[in-house]
Structures are given as C-alpha cells and as structure tokens.
Design a protein around this ligand. Structure first.
Ligand SMILES: CC(C)(COP(=O)(O)OP(=O)(O)OC[C@H]1O[C@@H](n2cnc3c(N)ncnc32)[C@H](O)[C@@H]1OP(=O)(O)O)[C@@H](O)C(=O)NCCC(=O)NCCSC(=O)C[C@H](O)C(=O)O
Ligand code: MG
Length: 282
C-alpha cells in the first residue's frame, strides 16, 4: 500500500518552535528546509537544530524529508554529510538540472532515497532523465523558482506553468515516482488554495507542498478520494466482477461503461483510501 503524500509541509529548520509544533500536525510529509527558508547566517545553526529535533523524534508516521542547500553552495556538502546520519526518510535536492546532480548526491548519501526539486528550466527539459534516476523516490515542484527563471507571471490559474507541471507529471508517472505540486504563497487565502489544490489534483499530482499549518486540512481533503468516489469504486468493482462471472468483459454503472482499466483505477482509489485511513490511525 503506497504511502500518501497529500500534504507536504515546509518547515524552516532554524525555527525551533515550528519544528516542535510539527509533531502534532496532520500533514503526510514534512520538508525540513535548510535551503531558501533559512538565512545564510543561520545555516549552520539550523543544521544542528534540525539534527537535534530529528534525534528527539516524535514525528510519527509522517515522511521526513530534508531539503539541503545546493551542492554548488558552501553549505551543500556539509548538509548532505549531516543528512546521511539523520533520522529521516529522504533527501530533497534543490534546483536539480539533470541526473548528474543526483549522481553527485547519491555518491555522498549511499542509503537514503532522493527527491528532486523541479524548479529550473533545464530541470524541466530533463524531467524524464531525472525521474529515471534509480535512486529517485519523487519530485516536488518549485513553482516560485521556476516562475522567476521563466520570467512568467503565473496568475491564479497558473497557465504559464502548465506545460512544465504536465511535463514533470508525465515523467514522474512514466517512472513510478511520487509527484508533489508547488506551494501556494498566499497562506491566508483558503479559497485560492482550495482552487489550486483542485487544479493540482486534476493534473494528477499526489499532493501539494505547503508553507503554513493552516493549509494542511484543505490539501488533505483535496487529494483524498471522496466518499462518492469510494462508493463508485466499490460499485464498479462489484458490477465488473458480476459481468465477468457472466462471461462479459464490460459492465455498466450509472450509465457509463466499466472495463478492466476502470476497475484498475477503482482498486487504486480504494487502496489510497485505505492508506490514508491507516496513516490517520497511527
Ligand atoms: C509564512 C510564515 C513565515 C508565517 O509564520 P508566522 O507569522 O509565524 O505564522 P503564524 O503566526 O500564523 O503561525 C501560527 C503557528 O504556526 C506555526 N507555524 C508557522 N509556520 C509553520 C510551519 N511552516 N511549520 C510548522 N509550524 C508553523 C507558528 O510557529 C505558530 O505556532 P505557535 O507559536 O505555536 O502558535 C511561516 O509559516 C513559514 O516560515 N513558513 C515556511 C516558509 C518556508 O519554509 N519557505 C520555504 C519553502 S517554499 C519554497 O521554497 C518553494 C520552492 O522552492 C519554490 O521555488 O517554489
Ligand atoms: Mg525553490
């Protein structure tokens, strides 16, 4: 049963109070950030603060990913060496331009799964090669950096970013990787977040990266199967089983045909619902 990634909350590793608060939050994943949310003069202390927080534990079943600084910065290699010994579930590498960046990281952390921030024009063009990397577990869209580099103004429907979002989603799906959408910056705007979560879900993303605890509940709801979807999935499976037993390859539910590919989607819906229920009871 695949782990859910509906909500992935960034926490600046320099903010002790936020690191502590996260132990009681209902996000599916935590992105402990040593990169852009931490000021240069705080970088070394943040690394130590994070190591202490992870050593203390208490993050339950949430996936714990550590976003390091880039290997082209003065902190990147030390971040990686530290990450190799941390109680975490993966390393999130910023501004991945191609698989060579992941090769360098993989050599320094032999055991941890790698995650790639997709947020540079070169990275988007190389999405397929990045997602094919054997150590990669998933991707996280960095829509702020991408918009900056593209010089676009995404606006509320993100039209200028849709090509990049879809290219990364295609690459992730082709290689069986988790795909997490970018952040919604206006963290007090619940209506805007809800619309952007729905857009990301409909594009095919597994979840949304977040910057504030108030965003978690909306993301969790948006990326979970609804009660109606679960009910439909059960009825599709039952109807198809019945049709198969009668020697037919097609069933009809609510006036729509159900073939084996729809049954596969229905089973996947039930499996996601089960994984979410299991996570929420731990
Ligand atoms: C955006 C914030 C600076 C707002 O912080 P603050 O003003 O403290 O908010 P609140 O007063 O509403 O906070 C209420 C309580 O919640 C805790 N809190 C706040 N944010 C977090 C968090 N992210 N994780 C855990 N807990 C959090 C506060 O401590 C308050 O707790 P309490 O004192 O008990 O009441 C702030 O939310 C923030 O710093 N967010 C994270 C910003 C960040 O990580 N940015 C970098 C990642 S985004 C990015 O880089 C994307 C990508 O690379 C790209 O290119 O797009
Ligand atoms: Mg970024």
């Amino acid at each position: 049963m695949a782990r859910p990634y509906r909500s992935a909350l960034y926490i600046p590793a320099s903010r002790e109070r936020a690191l502590d608060k996260a132990r009681g939050l209902s996000c599916d994943a935590i992105l402990f950030d040593l990169e852009d949310a931490v000021a240069p003069e705080e970088k070394v202390r943040a690394r130590e603060t994070l190591a202490a927080a992870l050593a203390s534990g208490g993050y339950g079943a949430r996936a714990r990913l550590v976003r390091i600084n880039g290997l082209d910065t003065e902190w990147g290699e030390d971040d990686l060496r530290a990450a190799a010994g941390l109680a975490c579930d993966g390393v999130l590498v910023p501004k991945v331009d191609g698989p060579a960046t992941l090769d360098r990281v993989a050599a320094l952390v032999p055991d941890l799964p790698l995650w790639a921030m997709m947020e540079t024009p070169a990275g988007i063009l190389n999405a397929a090669a990045i997602c094919a990397h054997p150590r990669l577990a998933g991707i996280v869209m960095g829509t702020n950096d991408l918009a900056k580099d593209l010089r676009t103004r995404p606006g509320h429907r993100r039209e200028p970013l849709l090509h990049a979002l879809s290219a990364c989603l295609l690459a992730a799906r082709a290689h069986g990787r988790v795909a997490i959408d970018g952040v919604y910056n206006a963290f007090r705007d619940a209506e805007g977040l809800e619309a952007e979560c729905a857009q990301g879900r409909d594009l095919g993303f597994d979840g949304k990266s977040l910057i504030h605890p108030d965003q978690i509940a909306l993301a969790n709801a948006a990326f979970a199967p609804t009660g109606a979807e679960i009910d439909l999935a059960r009825r599709q499976i039952a109807a198809f089983d019945e049709a198969s037993a009668a020697g037919q390859g097609v069933a009809v539910v609510d006036g729509r045909i159900v073939e084996n590919l729809h049954v596969a989607t229905a089973r996947e819906t039930l499996s996601r619902a089960e994984a979410i229920a299991a996570l929420e009871t731990t």
